[in-house]
Write a protein that binds this ligand. Structure first.
Ligand SMILES: Cc1cc2nc3c(=O)[nH]c(=O)nc-3n(C[C@H](O)[C@H](O)[C@H](O)COP(=O)(O)OP(=O)(O)OC[C@H]3O[C@@H](n4cnc5c(N)ncnc54)[C@H](O)[C@@H]3O)c2cc1C
Length: 470
């Protein structure tokens, strides 16, 4: 049983830390982007070094006080907000925001956990390199947060997710020891993969304080097309064709539905819409090429070949950088349009690429049987990762369908499981999806996860109740 973070604990902790490290939590520490969970007023520790993080965790372990790591606060499954249970200490990595080194010859950047994703991208760019992780929240989310949630985003297809972009970590383990794993090695087969374990652990196995990250050469040229496809199956055939004709230059392959475009017309009329009439399905294809390959010519060639093969019926290849930005604005404003329309249910699922068309057909048919709902199915289709979000009928309200939320979630997730998929492709489990993990998780894996948690964090102080029920 944990103890609350009370005055006695805070005064013992204050004696170990520089003045000003402990502060009252601010409103931003208690909120999360979906507005579904709210933390309680308490205290936040803002350490400036790994030694201070270690002192905090050691004290919390001794007094059995829960710690909730908090970085940018942009997590979508409430891992960073704990609404119930003994009051925890929030631990913000915000002051650990130094880029410790950039090694262009090695294609490596070493950054502290509180560096924002945008700042890491900019540090790589200043060295003529690319750190390719890219999310709409990149101005606020941090290296520590993206690794702890194993974030994905729009360039996973080419470069991989946060886990695949990380070479080493520095972290404080739940009893307070510091793991100095900040290696810059591409090859290091020396025992269990602790780095892999901490990435995606959502703060339940320790606190990430710094990371060494993989960099890449920057593509010299970029091109983007919006291609109208008759169906999701055609979109996947187009992805294969793009692989054959363009190779690894495809950085993003995003599915866009007609429902999503209609939502944008309705609630974001200032956005320039690329098509006069929203097509039922289209894909945004983005290329990054070397200097001697013309991305516009490559996209036009792909468009022509896809027309011949009956995979596309219409399309636009961006003729300027401004037009390219307009195309991307359509994709990047999808979440905002959804928010303004008001989803009954939003999710973040993945299924094997080959099963996507069958999944979309089955889920659409079953939801239609449940009621007059609208579906905006969009996302990183090149990674098999879809947001299959469900909205009220035209003129209806989300509040009127509150009771439908649970059954709709069960319906979608049961179908995801039946299609060999995952109920959480890139957002994690947090507190919002603990029940789903218990229901759909593999029993052997769950038992191993519980054993790992008990071994590394016997007092259960690290992010109590996130991922695994306490
Ligand atoms: C507009 C918007 C768009 C988004 N788009 C995407 C997307 O395309 N793909 C995607 O994957 N996600 C996306 N997200 C979700 C979110 O940005 C990611 O989950 C991000 O990785 C969270 O980083 P953060 O720094 O904000 O972490 P927080 O929200 O502060 O924390 C997230 C989790 O990690 C833990 N944690 C944080 N820092 C540490 C640390 N240093 N050590 C240990 N544990 C820690 C927290 O306890 C919590 O469980 C989006 C969110 C928004 C608001």
């Amino acid at each position: 049983m944990l103890n609350p973070c009370d005055e006695g604990f805070l005064s013992r902790l204050a004696a170990l830390l520089p003045d000003g490290t402990l502060r009252p939590a601010e409103p931003r520490h208690l909120e999360e982007p979906r507005g579904l969970y709210r933390g309680r007023p308490g205290s936040v520790a803002m350490p400036g070094s790994v030694e201070e993080v270690s002192a905090i965790v050691r004290a919390a372990a001794a007094d059995r006080v829960g710690i909730v790591p908090w970085s940018g606060g942009t997590g979508l499954v409430s891992g960073q907000v704990m609404p119930e249970g003994p009051l925890p200490l929030l631990l913000s990595l915000q002051r650990m925001s130094r880029v410790r080194g950039v090694y262009p010859t090695e294609n490596v950047l070493v950054a502290e956990a509180g560096v924002t994703l945008l700042a890491a991208q900019q540090a790589a760019e200043a060295a003529g390199r690319l750190y390719p992780l890219s999310l709409a929240s990149e101005g606020t989310c941090t290296i520590g947060g993206t690794l702890s949630t194993n974030a994905g985003g729009v360039q996973v297809l080419r470069y991989g997710n946060a886990r695949e972009l990380c070479l080493g970590l520095e972290a404080v383990l739940p009893e307070g020891s510091v793991w100095h794993g900040l290696r810059r090695l591409r090859k290091d087969n020396t025992g269990y993969d602790l780095r892999g374990l901490l990435i995606g652990a959502e703060g339940t196995l320790g606190v990430i304080t710094a990371a060494s990250l993989k960099l890449f050469p920057r593509p010299a040229r970029h091109g983007t097309a919006l291609l109208v496809v008759p169906s999701p199956a055609a979109a996947l055939a187009l992805l294969s064709l793009a692989g054959e004709r363009v190779g690894t230059s495809v950085t993003a392959f995003e599915l866009i539905s007609g429902t999503g475009l209609r939502f944008q017309r309705q609630v974001l009329p200032q956005l320039r819409q690329p098509f006069a009439e929203p097509p039922d399905w289209s894909v945004l294809v983005d290329l990054g090429t070397e200097a001697d390959r013309d991305p516009v010519a490559l996209l036009e060639d792909l468009f022509a070949a896809a027309l011949d093969a009956g995979l596309v019926s219409d399309g636009l290849v961006a003729a300027s950088e401004a037009q390219r930005q307009d195309f991307w604005a359509v994709r990047e404003n999808m979440n905002e349009a959804n928010r303004r329309v008001g989803a009954i249910l939003s999710n973040d699922i993945s299924v094997p690429l080959g099963l996507i068309p069958g999944f979309i057909d089955a889920a659409t048919a079953e939801i239609a049987r449940s009621g007059p709902f609208r579906i905006n199915c969009f996302g990183h289709v090149g990674d098999g990762n879809l947001h299959f979000n469900i909205f009220p009928e035209e003129g209806g309200t989300r509040a009127a369908h509150d009771a439908a939320r649970g059954p709709l979630m069960r319906l979608v997730n049961d179908l995801v499981a039946a299609h060999d998929g995952s109920f959480s492709a890139e957002h994690g489990v947090g507190r919002a999806k603990v029940g789903e993990l218990e229901r759909y998780g593999d029993p052997a894996k769950l038992a191993a996860m519980r054993a790992i948690k008990a071994a590394l964090d016997p007092a259960g102080i690290m992010n109590p109740g996130a991922v695994l029920r306490g």
